[in-house]
Design a protein around this ligand. Structure first.
Ligand SMILES: Cc1ncc(COP(=O)(O)O)c(C=O)c1O
Length: 347
């Protein structure tokens, strides 16, 4: 193998060796006696989100496949988080990096991409990121990383310290060590594919529930199998919910799906700050709404057990959007009904 490629793979592996695992936080909620809720805190990766894992895997996959060589320009279609993490790895390997993103992407993410030496190429709508990325890759003779296609296969789903493996190891000494549910939202669908396959491979009884925001086609596709579905409007919850069925979204590994209204996402996100003491991103709010709904169902059925979800990224990235009441009122809507629904879940 080419010297540079050998060196690049070694660099990424050494970076991994220097890294620590992410925490599994236990929440104590008086509203749900005997139901333990856990958050896998992916905001503590060096680049601030669960996408750090994916970016590492995609670079290794591209290097081992012979797609990434010395000097290759890396191009990625992203709603921002993946691009931040890929910019980090591109800088580690000394490769040029271009993120193709909707113009509405959070400013903080754009700043982080440029901090790591990446460039941003903006398109008007989330639906345009794919074609624009392909065109750029062709023009620059670069490599389109294409997380939406490769996320599900770049990660080793059998174990190898993937996110599911890590959750189960960290749950080992808990009163309910095998969760009733793991709840996750889908952007590429890569994380839910890894978790779902791992659960089956290991023979766990845990059910995978995927939560989907408004304007996303995933839930309907999961129900009816129509992969030609399109949504004209992009998701308002950054990082999750897609206007087309992404190849990395694997419906067969998902036991259940739930639509989470965007207002409910924001309310759950705000509420989580009051129990956690810090801000989380909006996709974590979507996850949390799913968790609270399931916990309420379990409570009402007299069940006990545990539920695990992901804290995907921190809220500091979204101070100007999801944490700005004027922005929320104008872009998401009136939260009062969702607040009442949350109170009903927490009764
Ligand atoms: C903040 C955030 N949450 C959740 C997800 C969904 O993860 P996945 O792409 O593995 O489905 C993403 C993906 O971009 C994200 O950026």
């Amino acid at each position: 193998m080419n010297n540079w490629v050998t060196h690049a793979i070694r660099e990424i592996n050494a970076d991994y060796q220097r890294s620590a695992d992410t925490h599994l936080i236990r929440l104590t909620l008086p509203a749900f006696p005997g139901i333990h809720i856990y958050l896998k805190d992916e905001s503590t990766h060096p680049t601030g989100s669960l996408k750090h894992r994916l970016a590492r895997s995609l670079f290794l996959y591209g290097l081992c496949n012979g797609w990434i060589k010395e000097g290759t320009t890396i191009i990625e279609a992203s709603s921002g988080s993946t691009a931040v993490s890929e910019a980090y790895f591109a800088r580690l390997l000394g490769l040029p990096f271009i993120a193709v993103m909707p113009a509405c992407t959070a400013k903080r993410k754009i700043e982080q991409i440029t901090f790591y030496g990446g460039r941003c190429h903006f398109v008007d709508s989330p639906c345009q990121i794919y074609d624009a990325s392909e065109t750029l890759a062709r023009e620059l003779n670069g490599h389109y990383m294409d997380q939406f296609t490769y996320a599900e296969r770049a990660t080793d789903w059998r174990g190898n310290n993937n996110i599911a493996d890590s959750i189960f190891r960290q749950m080992a000494n808990e009163p309910y060590s095998e969760p009733e549910y793991i709840v996750m939202s889908a952007g590429t669908g890569g994380t839910s594919a890894t978790i779902g396959r791992y659960l089956r491979h290991q023979g766990h009884q845990t059910r995978l529930m995927v939560v989907d925001p408004e304007n996303s086609v995933f839930l309907n596709y999961w129900r009816d199998g129509d992969n030609q579905r399109r949504s004209d409007t992009g998701s308002r919850i950054e990082g999750i919910g897609r206007p087309r069925v992404e190849p990395s979204f694997i419906p067969g590994v998902i036991d259940d799906m739930m639509r989470v209204p965007d207002c409910a996402t924001i309310v759950a996100m705000q509420w989580l700050e009051t129990v956690l003491g810090r801000k989380v991103g909006a996709s974590t709010g979507t996850n949390m709404w799913g968790v609270l709904s399931l916990a309420a169902q379990m409570r009402d059925a007299g069940q006990t057990g545990s539920i695990v979800t992901l804290l995907c990224d921190s809220g500091e990235r979204y101070l100007e959007s999801y944490y700005n009441p004027e922005w929320v009122a104008a872009s998401i809507g009136n939260l009062s009904e969702a607040r009442q629904a949350l109170q009903a879940l927490l009764k």
